[in-house]
Design a binder for this molecule. Structure first.
Ligand code: 13P
Length: 243
């Protein structure tokens, strides 16, 4: 089994599940991408560009380094690879990135409408809000710069204006759940706005408490990664052949 095969298998499984559940906008197209960061390596396992998800196999999944150079895979990686890599570079807590064209979040993306904190379990998972990343053409440096500027808010979901959504998390399965929670929030927010009645949001104090819990969880994950890295560095010299 290859060094990256387990990562590739997980990326493929979640990608095909997202596609089957309709989170890529169409079931037959290629509109969205999924990646994982390899633990203790500046390497990203990511879906290839422009390939129907149901036809994708383990061999199609790509591995690139932080300079976007190919480590493994015959296919060209997703055009949004720079956006995924920028996310891993900026957010040390993040190890999985999912870009979707999911319906309700995409509806809010054409209204340029952020989602306020509406439910406590969603806010505890996503953070204090879902902000809108300003529009730029798919796959461009401008788009990944716009995304990079938003990541400092330490939230886990973003709407990309006139495009779709971005969900980022510590683990791929957890990030899949973020996609679902984002869609729930976006759907209910759209329906509530459509009534024309005022929408109530969570009290400020509650939002502050929940967002602090999100930050604390991220800090624990960053500390875990650092401790793992230090432990690995200590073990490594013993593995060196003695002269
Ligand atoms: P890829 O097929 O290159 O991943 O691009 C799809 C997409 O969603 C562009 O934003």
């Amino acid at each position: 089994m290859g060094h990256y095969d387990e990562y590739k298998r997980r990326v493929l499984r979640i990608t095909q599940r997202l596609s089957a559940d309709g989170y890529f906008g169409s079931k037959s197209g290629s509109a969205g991408n999924v990646s994982m960061l390899v633990e203790d390596e500046d390497a990203v396992v990511i879906t290839p560009t422009h390939l129907q998800y149901s036809l994708m196999t383990i061999e199609d999944i790509c591995v690139v380094d932080f300079d976007l150079a190919r480590i493994e895979g015959e296919r060209k990686p997703s055009i949004e690879t720079p956006m995924h890599v920028a996310t891993y570079k900026i957010r040390a807590d993040v190890s999985a990135v999912i870009h979707t064209h999911q319906m309700a979040a995409s509806a809010l993306s054409v209204l340029n409408q952020p989602i306020p904190p509406l439910f406590d379990e969603v806010t505890l998972a996503i953070g204090k809000s879902v902000e809108v990343v300003p529009y730029a053409l798919s796959g461009t440096r401008e788009l990944h710069d716009n995304v990079a500027r938003k990541l400092a808010n330490r939230c886990h979901c973003y709407i990309i204006q006139n495009h779709g959504a971005l969900c980022i998390g510590t683990d791929l399965d957890e990030t899949f759940t973020l996609v679902e929670l984002l869609e729930k929030s976006a759907t209910i927010y759209m329906q509530a706005l459509a009534t024309g009645k005022p929408v109530t949001v969570l009290p400020e104090k509650t939002v502050a408490q929940l967002h602090s819990a999100v930050i604390a969880r991220q800090d624990r994950e960053i500390a875990r990664k650092q401790a793992h890295h230090v432990a690995r560095m200590k073990v490594a010299p013993e593995a060196e052949p003695s002269h």
